[in-house]
Design a protein around this ligand. Structure first.
Ligand SMILES: Nc1ncnc2c1ncn2[C@@H]1O[C@H](COP(=O)(O)OP(=O)(O)OP(=O)(O)O)[C@@H](O)[C@H]1O
Ligand SMILES: [Mg+2]
Length: 312
């Protein structure tokens, strides 16, 4: 079931088109990645999804409800961790959660339980009495996240939740996402310009650049869009120039790069077979210490499809 359906969404600010006919679906229970460089239109799309902005064209449904026609029903599904922190700095973490929880209509015993649970979930229990203004950036991010999940939304949207935070907080956030997704089947919409995060977390992805779709589909299908090239890394004993030249002659090898005891190959995945390579090494009495075959990563996909790097 598609818990989110984005259909032909367009948005202009003045005359500038910032979203150009964007469409995608998110499956219930998925971890879906929306990726693109600064200014691509990611937050604008989220703002339309959450009802903060109106689109100039197209529609979005959440849980089957149109966000324009039945905004309250649609919003019930959502928990949002916005790109900008939304916290009360002068009160404690606990009091913040009490405040946000009561906004969602939680009260009494239930509210207290939810506060304890989310503090635990985000690793902030020990800091609950501290004022937020004394928190590090990463701890604030985690508290922001805690506030977004108090009402146990079916969909959690995280807009660049790891920008400018320490590795420890980042790991907490990743673990948290995997846990709520697994244990509560929460659908995750993860927005980022860090390809490696999306690579690690997400199953399906949408890549956006300058308001336009660059690629959309499963991680695997998106990767296969750019190339059928795989990377093969070999560690070999008795490596010599002559051997490298003989490997270079294998048809399906596009590029070879060798130094010391290591060979890196770029190969045509459809035609590459290991046997001829192993035969050459065997004839040379070279011992293979390891072989690794890698798909291209998403950073390379983006570079290949847009001709530019995601980050400078
Ligand atoms: N309120 C606004 N008025 C005019 N232009 C805007 C407004 N909000 C965003 N924009 C423009 O729309 C484009 C998309 O911005 P948006 O914030 O959606 O990008 P983003 O993908 O979220 O980028 P980032 O990774 O930096 O958060 C940018 O060119 C931005 O300058
Ligand atoms: Mg943004």
């Amino acid at each position: 079931m598609n818990i989110i359906e984005v259909k032909n969404i367009s948005k202009k600010f003045d005359r500038k088109i910032v979203l150009d006919n964007i469409s995608f679906n998110v499956d219930k229970g998925d971890i879906f990645g929306l990726i693109g460089p600064n200014g691509a239109g990611k937050s604008t799309l989220i703002n339309i999804m959450t009802g903060l902005l109106d689109a100039n064209g197209g529609s979005i449904t959440i849980g089957g409800f149109d966000v324009k026609e039945e905004p309250l029903k649609a919003k019930k599904f959502l928990g949002l961790v916005p790109q900008e922190l939304a916290l009360l700095e002068t009160i404690s973490a606990y009091d913040n959660l009490e405040f946000f929880g009561s906004l969602y209509g939680l009260k009494g015993r239930n509210l207290k339980n939810k506060i304890d649970q989310t503090l635990d979930f985000t690793g902030l229990t020990e800091k609950k009495k501290e004022k937020v203004k004394k928190f590090s950036g990463g701890m604030k991010r985690r508290l922001n996240l805690a506030a977004a999940i108090m009402h146990e939304p079916e969909i959690l949207i995280l807009d660049e939740p790891t920008v400018g935070i320490d590795p420890q907080s980042r790991n907490h956030i990743f673990e948290f996402i995997k846990t709520v997704n697994r244990e509560k089947n929460t659908t995750i919409l993860y927005i980022s310009h860090y390809m490696e995060e999306v690579e690690y977390l997400c199953n399906n992805i949408f890549i956006i650049d300058e308001g336009k779709e660059v690629a959309y589909g499963s991680k695997k299908s998106v990767k296969s869009m750019i190339s059928n090239n795989n990377k093969v890394n070999l560690k070999v004993e008795n490596l010599n120039k002559d051997l490298i030249e003989r490997i270079r002659l294998i048809d399906s090898i596009i590029n070879i790069d060798a130094n010391n005891d290591e060979i890196n190959l770029l190969v045509d995945a459809d035609n590459f077979k290991l046997e001829p390579l192993l035969k050459i090494l065997e004839n040379n009495s070279s011992t293979i210490k390891s072989i690794n075959v890698d798909e291209p990563n998403l950073e390379e996909v983006f570079l290949s499809l847009t001709g530019k790097k995601l980050r400078d």
